[in-house]
Ligand binder design. Structure first.
Ligand SMILES: Cc1cc2nc3c(=O)[nH]c(=O)nc-3n(C[C@H](O)[C@H](O)[C@H](O)COP(=O)(O)O)c2cc1C
Length: 55
């Protein structure tokens, strides 16, 4: 039987928790997709039209 992989990207940890729970329930391997350059708090400021995440 093929093995399932739960691959996730999480900026704040919320999706990470869900992915871990899902992976356990599905007996899946878990893999975190990480940005080459980590996101800072300022990068994630969606109220700033010029922030990295907004652009
Ligand atoms: C840049 C950015 C944009 C977001 N945009 C939305 C949005 O449009 N609608 C929404 O409901 N939540 C939005 N969120 C909130 C995220 O969906 C929420 O914080 C989620 O828990 C993030 O989980 P994660 O960081 O583990 O992926 C946004 C968060 C960030 C950082």
């Amino acid at each position: 039987m093929s093995k399932t992989l739960a691959a996730y990207f999480s900026a704040s940890g919320t999706t990470a928790k869900v992915a871990e729970t899902l992976a356990k329930a599905a007996n899946a391997d878990v893999y975190e997709i990480k940005p080459a350059v980590p996101y800072t708090r300022a990068d994630l400021d969606w109220t700033n039209k010029k922030s990295r995440s907004s652009r």
